[in-house]
Write a protein that binds this ligand. Structure first.
Ligand SMILES: *[C@@H]1O[C@H](CO)[C@@H](O)[C@H](O)[C@H]1NC(C)=O
Ligand SMILES: *[C@@H]1O[C@H](CO)[C@@H](O)[C@H](O)[C@H]1NC(C)=O
Ligand SMILES: *[C@@H]1O[C@H](CO)[C@@H](O)[C@H](O)[C@H]1NC(C)=O
Ligand SMILES: [Zn+2]
Length: 477
């Protein structure tokens, strides 16, 4: 017994030793039998891209491609305009990009069909009729139902939070609930837009008006999608400006009775046919492995959708254009996807994920730029610690333009499906506060875009996607 245990222990030791041996030699073995490089080797490999990174930066920022993504975007949004899910404009935009990617000489350019929501706001208005007449600036929220033709006329109840609404629920019955929630961050505050109507309806309200989710305001309403619940009555809902929300809050705190007439013609049509738009540079060595760069082509129906997400879509296209201009072909496939139906909850991206997740082990990294293309400050990244260390090295290649930071929480609505399943995700970080000045408002026009800032964003996006696509090994998960 004793003896056998001892020899067993010896055997165990030997097995453990054999397993550790490759690591002791600095060569941990990967699952598929190839040897994984040590971090030092990866670091050297990445440093070897210095000249290519420099060439990308020179071309994008100072060379022949200077301002190209900006000029392409301006032509696109000025001729097509905003691109609401289900609209003719969005159809036109997809056809336009399908042609443009083919003309640019990208490979495997194709459209992948997907059904997307089709909601239209129609005519809409809100008038404060007591204690004085005042026209409120509104934008109906996506998915809202209409009011009767004569509108809904009711007294308002102003609350600053869901907690206050719940505490004052008996007062809400038959009223229009006005949310004057403070802006904390988009992520925290957006629940008032997406859930505000449901919460107000639970308390018996007849409509809800939500202070726009915006970091700054010059009386502009900011729209966005909102969700009903099947077990709660549907009430019309719109966003109002920060200024009007604060004014009505001040007035009601003085005990004034405020009455509003809200008219909305909003209508939901059957789901529309649409497409995700795809183009590639096929990998030379591992063509089945994919680095995905993306932005969404749809937008809200206000402004021009130049920032959200024209900028992100066009620097993603620019990444493939720059690689082509330089005559480069990475080992892995660089795949550009321009999503449809993002604003309605990542509808195109969800279908793409469902259809392609069978190949998830071949997705190296998923990248989406959907938080502005202003002066870039770095890359936001989600992935393992090992992958993060690699990304830090890759970002060192951007020293010449001083954009080297790696932040937490990379991803975006359209790529989070993959990130949740463990695929590393990245997004471009810039001045996010500025982004929410214009987001989903009539202020989202070409005027907020800057050619030099877009050049820098394109350089970051291109260096990162190219180097990851060309490295010998995929990012560790
Ligand atoms: C790019 O835009 C900047 C800023 O508007 C301008 O100064 C520069 O001349 C432009 N470059 C080209 C090649 O058009
Ligand atoms: C999965 O990858 C293989 C190899 O690249 C490809 O032929 C196939 O079409 C892919 N399947 C899907 C559903 O994307
Ligand atoms: C480089 O970027 C950092 C961080 O954004 C900033 O603090 C620094 O001033 C920049 N340096 C130059 C030379 O622009
Ligand atoms: Zn967006």
């Amino acid at each position: 017994m004793q003896e056998r245990q001892q020899s067993k222990r010896k055997l165990l030791f030997l097995i453990v030793f054999i397993h550790l041996l490759p690591q002791c030699l600095g060569r941990p073995q990967s699952k598929n039998g190839r040897y994984r490089q040590t971090f030092e080797e990866v670091k050297r490999e990445i440093a070897g891209y210095k000249d290519i990174a420099k060439a990308i930066i020179d071309l994008a920022v100072y060379g022949k491609a200077q301002n190209r993504s900006y000029e392409r975007l301006a032509l696109f949004v000025d001729t097509i305009g905003p691109r609401l899910s289900g609209s003719k404009n969005l159809d036109t935009a997809i056809k336009y990009m399908h042609n443009a990617l083919k003309e640019n000489g990208l490979e495997n350019v194709h459209l992948e069909p997907v059904k997307i929501p089709h909601w239209e706001r129609g005519e809409e208005s809100a008038m404060m009729v007591e204690p004085r007449c005042h026209n409120l600036a509104i934008l109906g929220l996506g998915n809202s139902i209409a009011t009767p033709p004569e509108g809904i006329t009711a007294e308002i109840l102003v609350v600053t939070s869901f907690d206050e609404l719940h505490a004052r629920a008996p007062e809400a019955k038959g009223k229009i609930v006005v949310y004057n929630e403070p802006y904390i961050s988009y992520g925290e505050t957006v629940q008032y837009r997406s859930q505000g109507a449901v919460e107000a309806a639970k308390a018996g309200a007849v409509a809800s008006l939500i202070r726009s989710i915006a970091s700054f305001s010059i009386n502009s309403p900011h729209t966005g999608w909102q969700y009903y619940r099947s077990d709660v009555p549907r009430i019309p809902t719109a966003c109002i400006s920060v200024e009007d929300a604060e004014m009505m809050a001040r007035m009601s705190s003085k005990g004034m009775k405020i009455v509003v007439n809200l008219k909305m013609e909003a209508k939901t049509y059957p789901d529309a046919s649409s497409f995700n738009t795809v183009g590639e540079i096929v990998g030379s060595k591992y063509p089945e492995q994919v680095v995905l760069v993306s932005g969404h082509l749809d937008s809200w129906d206000v402004g021009q959708g130049a920032m959200d997400d024209g900028g992100g879509a066009f620097i993603s296209w620019e990444a493939l254009s720059l690689i082509k201009n330089l005559g480069l072909r990475p080992k892995r496939t660089l795949r550009l996807v321009l999503w449809t139906g993002e604003e309605q909850g990542g509808v195109g991206a969800n279908q793409y994920y469902q259809l392609h997740k069978v190949n998830i082990s071949n997705f190296d990294i998923v990248m989406e730029s959907d938080e502005g293309t202003f002066m870039p400050t770095g890359l936001a990244f989600t992935g393992s610690d090992k992958a993060r260390s690699i990304m830090r090295e890759v970002m060192q290649l951007l020293q010449p333009i001083n954009v080297t930071a790696v932040y937490e929480n990379g991803g975006g609505t359209d790529v989070d499906y993959w990130v949740q399943d463990g695929v590393p995700g990245a997004s471009l970080l810039d001045d996010i506060t500025k982004y929410f000045w214009f987001h989903h408002s009539n202020g989202d026009t070409m005027t907020v875009q800057d050619p030099n800032q877009m050049n820098l964003c394109a350089a970051v996006w291109t260096v990162v996607s190219y180097v990851i696509a060309d490295m010998e090994e995929m990012l560790p998960r």
